[in-house]
Design a protein around this ligand. Structure first.
Ligand code: FES
Length: 152
């Protein structure tokens, strides 16, 4: 049973695999705190067995993605102040993938689909040919802008 004070928030975190339940933790509020900071605090101060995944911590790799108050978010770029609802956070694994444990989802189905979609760079020139010039105004370049922040 958790008790929330002014300086803390109640954080419900998914525990288990496909079957499991949410467990509540009282986590201290901090300025500029991200959701990934919250998960890391729980793992370091409350329960070292909590499983989750991250890598870059700067919004590039996407490995920190979790479901936060019902929406998928990259947790290292999501500030608590933007998503906390009535002093509470609920954090679960991504909803559309199998759960390995706790907040870690199995990314295998994602990468299988990614391979089938041929989401890979196939160069049209060799390293010995001059670089191709792409106009910023071209339709192809404009279309690429829609997904330019994705590392892939
Ligand atoms: S840890 Fe890489 S995007 Fe969040």
């Amino acid at each position: 049973m958790s008790t929330t004070t002014e300086a803390t928030m109640e954080v419900r975190v998914w525990r288990g695999g496909e079957e499991g339940e949410y467990e509540s933790f009282d986590v201290p509020r901090r300025d500029s705190q991200t959701v990934l900071d919250v998960v890391t605090w729980i793992q370091r101060h409350a329960d070292p067995t909590l499983a989750y995944r991250f890598a870059c911590r700067v919004g590039v790799c996407g490995s920190c993605a979790m479901t936060v108050n019902g929406r998928p978010r990259w947790t290292c770029r999501t500030h608590v102040s933007k998503v906390v609802e009535n002093g509470r956070l609920e954090i679960g694994p991504l909803a559309n993938l199998p759960v390995i444990r706790d907040l870690a989802a199995d990314m295998t189905p994602f990468f299988d689909k990614w391979q089938k979609a041929m989401g890979i760079f196939v160069p049209s020139r060799t390293r010995y040919e001059p670089l191709e010039t792409i106009s910023p105004d071209s339709a192809e370049r404009q279309a690429a802008d829609a997904a330019i922040e994705c590392i892939n």
